[in-house]
Design a protein around this ligand. Structure first.
Ligand code: GRF
Length: 200
Protein backbone atom coordinates (compact mmCIF):
# COMPACT_ATOMS: atom_id res chain seq x y z
CA UNK A 1 0.00 0.00 0.00
CA UNK A 2 1.28 3.44 -0.97
CA UNK A 3 0.33 5.93 1.73
CA UNK A 4 0.57 9.71 1.37
CA UNK A 5 0.76 11.78 4.54
CA UNK A 6 -0.90 15.21 4.44
CA UNK A 7 0.38 17.68 7.03
CA UNK A 8 0.55 21.43 7.64
CA UNK A 9 2.60 21.58 10.82
CA UNK A 10 5.36 20.10 12.88
CA UNK A 11 5.08 16.59 11.54
CA UNK A 12 5.47 14.57 14.73
CA UNK A 13 2.77 12.15 13.56
CA UNK A 14 4.50 11.79 10.20
CA UNK A 15 7.67 10.99 12.12
CA UNK A 16 5.85 8.38 14.24
CA UNK A 17 4.45 6.78 11.08
CA UNK A 18 7.93 6.65 9.54
CA UNK A 19 9.36 5.07 12.70
CA UNK A 20 6.74 2.31 12.54
CA UNK A 21 7.46 1.73 8.87
CA UNK A 22 11.18 1.50 9.55
CA UNK A 23 10.71 -0.85 12.49
CA UNK A 24 8.58 -3.14 10.30
CA UNK A 25 5.47 -2.67 12.48
CA UNK A 26 3.63 -0.88 9.69
CA UNK A 27 4.04 -2.52 6.29
CA UNK A 28 3.25 0.30 3.91
CA UNK A 29 5.39 2.60 1.86
CA UNK A 30 5.21 6.36 2.24
CA UNK A 31 6.34 7.84 -1.07
CA UNK A 32 4.85 11.32 -0.62
CA UNK A 33 4.14 14.06 1.91
CA UNK A 34 1.61 16.68 0.83
CA UNK A 35 1.84 20.03 2.58
CA UNK A 36 0.07 23.38 2.17
CA UNK A 37 2.34 25.51 4.37
CA UNK A 38 5.83 26.55 3.22
CA UNK A 39 7.12 26.95 6.82
CA UNK A 40 5.82 23.60 8.06
CA UNK A 41 8.36 21.56 9.99
CA UNK A 42 7.11 18.40 8.31
CA UNK A 43 8.87 19.43 5.08
CA UNK A 44 12.29 19.23 6.70
CA UNK A 45 11.46 15.98 8.45
CA UNK A 46 10.32 14.43 5.16
CA UNK A 47 13.50 15.54 3.46
CA UNK A 48 15.51 13.94 6.25
CA UNK A 49 13.56 10.72 5.79
CA UNK A 50 14.11 10.84 2.03
CA UNK A 51 10.38 11.15 1.33
CA UNK A 52 9.29 13.31 -1.60
CA UNK A 53 7.42 16.44 -0.57
CA UNK A 54 4.73 18.21 -2.56
CA UNK A 55 3.99 21.75 -1.43
CA UNK A 56 0.68 23.07 -2.68
CA UNK A 57 0.08 26.65 -1.68
CA UNK A 58 -3.66 27.38 -1.86
CA UNK A 59 -2.86 31.01 -2.81
CA UNK A 60 -1.15 29.83 -5.99
CA UNK A 61 -4.40 28.39 -7.34
CA UNK A 62 -7.41 30.28 -8.65
CA UNK A 63 -9.90 27.97 -6.95
CA UNK A 64 -10.13 25.09 -4.51
CA UNK A 65 -11.04 22.92 -7.47
CA UNK A 66 -7.73 23.70 -9.20
CA UNK A 67 -5.80 23.27 -5.94
CA UNK A 68 -7.29 19.84 -5.32
CA UNK A 69 -6.96 18.80 -8.96
CA UNK A 70 -3.22 19.47 -8.73
CA UNK A 71 -2.96 17.39 -5.55
CA UNK A 72 -4.97 14.54 -7.08
CA UNK A 73 -2.78 14.54 -10.14
CA UNK A 74 0.33 14.17 -7.98
CA UNK A 75 -1.32 11.40 -5.94
CA UNK A 76 -2.18 9.50 -9.10
CA UNK A 77 1.29 9.96 -10.55
CA UNK A 78 2.73 8.38 -7.39
CA UNK A 79 0.13 5.59 -7.37
CA UNK A 80 -1.13 6.61 -3.93
CA UNK A 81 -3.68 4.15 -2.51
CA UNK A 82 -4.56 5.88 0.75
CA UNK A 83 -4.07 9.12 2.67
CA UNK A 84 -3.23 9.79 6.31
CA UNK A 85 -4.17 13.30 7.38
CA UNK A 86 -1.80 14.31 10.15
CA UNK A 87 -2.50 17.88 11.12
CA UNK A 88 -3.56 18.96 7.62
CA UNK A 89 -5.33 22.24 8.34
CA UNK A 90 -7.48 22.40 5.24
CA UNK A 91 -10.91 20.89 4.63
CA UNK A 92 -11.04 18.65 1.58
CA UNK A 93 -14.04 18.93 -0.74
CA UNK A 94 -16.67 16.22 -1.09
CA UNK A 95 -15.38 15.55 -4.62
CA UNK A 96 -11.85 15.02 -3.40
CA UNK A 97 -13.01 12.73 -0.60
CA UNK A 98 -15.16 10.70 -2.96
CA UNK A 99 -12.15 9.97 -5.13
CA UNK A 100 -10.49 8.34 -2.08
CA UNK A 101 -13.69 7.12 -0.43
CA UNK A 102 -12.94 5.22 2.81
CA UNK A 103 -9.23 5.52 2.09
CA UNK A 104 -8.55 8.74 3.99
CA UNK A 105 -7.82 8.57 7.72
CA UNK A 106 -7.46 11.42 10.20
CA UNK A 107 -6.14 11.78 13.72
CA UNK A 108 -7.82 14.16 16.13
CA UNK A 109 -6.52 15.11 19.60
CA UNK A 110 -9.80 14.64 21.50
CA UNK A 111 -12.49 12.03 22.03
CA UNK A 112 -14.86 12.75 19.14
CA UNK A 113 -17.59 13.87 18.85
CA UNK A 114 -16.41 16.17 21.65
CA UNK A 115 -14.14 19.08 20.82
CA UNK A 116 -14.01 19.08 17.05
CA UNK A 117 -11.91 21.70 15.33
CA UNK A 118 -8.37 22.97 15.31
CA UNK A 119 -8.03 23.80 19.03
CA UNK A 120 -9.30 20.58 20.53
CA UNK A 121 -6.72 20.17 23.29
CA UNK A 122 -7.08 23.72 24.60
CA UNK A 123 -10.87 23.60 24.22
CA UNK A 124 -11.12 20.38 26.25
CA UNK A 125 -8.75 21.76 28.89
CA UNK A 126 -10.69 25.03 29.17
CA UNK A 127 -13.98 23.11 29.44
CA UNK A 128 -12.64 21.31 32.50
CA UNK A 129 -13.09 17.74 31.31
CA UNK A 130 -11.52 14.99 33.43
CA UNK A 131 -10.97 12.77 30.43
CA UNK A 132 -9.99 13.59 26.91
CA UNK A 133 -7.95 11.62 24.41
CA UNK A 134 -7.25 10.77 20.82
CA UNK A 135 -9.44 9.57 17.94
CA UNK A 136 -8.44 8.03 14.62
CA UNK A 137 -11.29 7.98 12.14
CA UNK A 138 -12.17 7.68 8.48
CA UNK A 139 -12.75 11.00 6.78
CA UNK A 140 -16.13 11.93 5.36
CA UNK A 141 -17.51 15.24 4.10
CA UNK A 142 -17.99 16.72 7.57
CA UNK A 143 -15.14 17.96 9.72
CA UNK A 144 -13.89 15.49 12.37
CA UNK A 145 -16.91 13.29 11.76
CA UNK A 146 -16.37 10.01 9.87
CA UNK A 147 -16.56 6.47 11.32
CA UNK A 148 -14.29 5.96 14.32
CA UNK A 149 -11.48 3.40 14.07
CA UNK A 150 -9.71 3.72 17.42
CA UNK A 151 -9.96 5.95 20.47
CA UNK A 152 -7.81 6.13 23.55
CA UNK A 153 -8.44 8.19 26.63
CA UNK A 154 -6.05 10.53 28.40
CA UNK A 155 -6.87 11.73 31.92
CA UNK A 156 -6.55 15.41 32.77
CA UNK A 157 -4.53 15.67 36.00
CA UNK A 158 -5.09 18.45 38.54
CA UNK A 159 -1.59 19.84 38.00
CA UNK A 160 -1.88 19.83 34.19
CA UNK A 161 -1.38 22.87 32.01
CA UNK A 162 -2.47 22.84 28.36
CA UNK A 163 1.15 22.13 27.48
CA UNK A 164 1.61 19.12 29.78
CA UNK A 165 -1.74 17.72 28.68
CA UNK A 166 -0.82 18.24 25.01
CA UNK A 167 2.47 16.42 25.50
CA UNK A 168 0.66 13.33 26.87
CA UNK A 169 -1.94 13.48 24.10
CA UNK A 170 0.79 13.61 21.44
CA UNK A 171 2.50 10.59 22.97
CA UNK A 172 -0.75 8.65 22.64
CA UNK A 173 -1.22 9.90 19.08
CA UNK A 174 2.18 8.59 18.08
CA UNK A 175 1.19 5.11 19.18
CA UNK A 176 -2.44 5.09 18.11
CA UNK A 177 -2.05 6.35 14.53
CA UNK A 178 0.45 3.67 13.42
CA UNK A 179 -1.75 1.09 15.10
CA UNK A 180 -4.87 2.24 13.21
CA UNK A 181 -2.94 2.45 9.94
CA UNK A 182 -1.68 -1.07 10.46
CA UNK A 183 -5.24 -2.40 10.89
CA UNK A 184 -6.30 -0.46 7.81
CA UNK A 185 -3.38 -1.55 5.64
CA UNK A 186 -3.95 -5.19 6.56
CA UNK A 187 -7.59 -4.96 5.44
CA UNK A 188 -8.88 -5.58 8.94
CA UNK A 189 -11.41 -2.72 9.03
CA UNK A 190 -14.97 -3.04 7.74
CA UNK A 191 -17.19 0.01 7.72
CA UNK A 192 -20.93 -0.40 8.17
CA UNK A 193 -22.66 2.95 8.52
CA UNK A 194 -20.89 4.70 11.39
CA UNK A 195 -19.47 1.46 12.83
CA UNK A 196 -16.02 0.13 12.08
CA UNK A 197 -15.59 -3.56 12.72
CA UNK A 198 -12.06 -4.73 13.49
CA UNK A 199 -11.09 -8.24 12.46
CA UNK A 200 -8.54 -9.62 14.90
C1 GRF B 1 -1.97 16.51 16.04
O1 GRF B 1 -2.31 16.87 17.36
C2 GRF B 1 -3.17 15.93 15.33
O2 GRF B 1 -4.02 15.22 16.17
C3 GRF B 1 -3.88 17.17 14.83
O3 GRF B 1 -2.84 18.03 14.43
C4 GRF B 1 -1.68 17.78 15.21
C5 GRF B 1 -0.53 17.55 14.26
O4 GRF B 1 0.70 17.47 14.93
N1 GRF B 1 -4.81 16.82 13.78
P1 GRF B 1 2.02 17.04 14.16
O5 GRF B 1 2.24 18.03 13.02
O6 GRF B 1 1.83 15.64 13.66
O7 GRF B 1 3.12 17.14 15.18
Amino acid sequence: MNLAVFASGKGSNFEAIMQSVKSGFLRVSVPLVVCDTPEAGVLKLAEKEGVETALFNRGDFASRKDFEAAILQRLHSRAIDAIALAGFMRMLSAEFISSYRNRILNIHPALLPSFKGSDAIADAFAYGVRLTGVTVHFVDEEMDHGPIILQRQVAVEPQDTVETLAARIHEVEHELYPHALKLFSEGRLTITGRKVEITL
